[in-house]
Design a protein around this ligand. Structure first.
Ligand code: PMP
Length: 281
């Protein structure tokens, strides 16, 4: 397998990051995960736009143009013969003697590689179990930063309880999942947290909002309370890797009758059409 390392392709065992890479020491960098279906990157443009926004918010300049990066990512997917999987891409502020403030004259470090991954059809079909957990992350969750410790702690807590995701809440309001956006359905209306500084502006969340608009479904972008979460008719999570995944229980309590709901199913169907596969399988 080849790795995109700065601007060149390198075999996996030769791609080494320095101990003073700022991504490694400070989490000083940003990342993206892009889904590949049938050898083609899905929603590549929105991912690149979000990458650019993340870099500019942390005052990091890409070492080359976005257009060049796009071309390199396409080559990476081709070189690795990836048909179904993910591209992981990260940009750190580069390597410099350890010091919190920005280094001068340091080239940011781009690393990207591919992973084969089938669509998570079992989860999509059966739904997942979740827990709730206080959102202890910082106040710029809109930046796709390498600092993921809050998310890591929440996801592990979920795993410890035999669950797949932690639904986070701040001051009694649902924000998002540890690595996903969260949607509620109540009386035919979709409810999801507004795309502000408290959540990541998920690309899949945006696709779902577009699909909902096409279906003429009412949508409220607002922070739902924890009580509303437990009383919702349906709950689902979205992300690049989990698509539209039904939530069937929260803290051991079933969502409605404990089966994926009809609006979630309808969105899954619309999503599958959008990515060019006919059904869940
Ligand atoms: N929220 C968080 C905290 C995430 O880490 C992610 C993706 N990993 C998402 C939402 C979903 O974003 P996307 O649909 O762009 O993958």
């Amino acid at each position: 397998m080849e790795i995109l390392f700065d601007e060149t392709f390198t075999p996996r065992d030769q791609a080494k990051v320095d101990i003073e890479d700022r991504g490694y020491q400070f989490g000083d960098g940003i990342y993206e995960v892009i889904r590949v279906y049938g050898g083609k990157m899905f929603c590549l443009e929105p991912h690149l736009q979000r990458l650019q926004r993340s870099t500019s918010e942390i005052r990091l300049q890409l070492p080359y143009s976005l257009e060049r990066l796009k071309q390199l990512l396409q080559e990476l997917v081709q070189n690795n013969h990836l048909t179904d999987g993910n591209v992981y891409l990260q940009v750190s502020r580069g390597t410099a003697p350890r010091n919190h403030k920005f280094p001068e004259n340091t080239r940011p470090m781009v690393v990207a590689y591919t992973m084969e991954a089938p669509r998570p059809v079992k989860m999509l079909d059966e739904g997942i179990h979740t827990i709730t957990d206080p959102d202890i992350r910082w106040l710029r969750c809109d930046i796709k930063s390498l600092n993921l410790l809050g998310a890591v702690m929440s996801k592990q807590k979920a795993a410890d309880r035999g669950c797949e995701e932690a639904i986070l809440h701040r001051d009694g309001r649902v924000t998002e999942g540890s690595s996903t956006n969260v949607f509620l359905v109540k009386d035919g209306t979709l409810i999801t947290h507004p795309a502000d500084h408290l959540i990541l502006h998920g690309i899949t969340r945006q696709v779902v909002l577009e699909l909902a608009a096409e279906l003429n479904w009412p949508v409220e972008e607002r922070a739902a309370s924890i009580e509303e979460l437990f009383r919702a008719d349906e709950v689902f999570i979205t992300s690049t890797t989990t698509e539209v995944t039904p939530v069937i229980s929260i803290d051991g309590r079933t969502v409605s009758d404990g089966k994926p709901g009809p609006m979630t199913r309808r969105l899954q169907k619309a999503f599958a059409e959008r990515i060019g596969v006919g059904s869940l399988q």
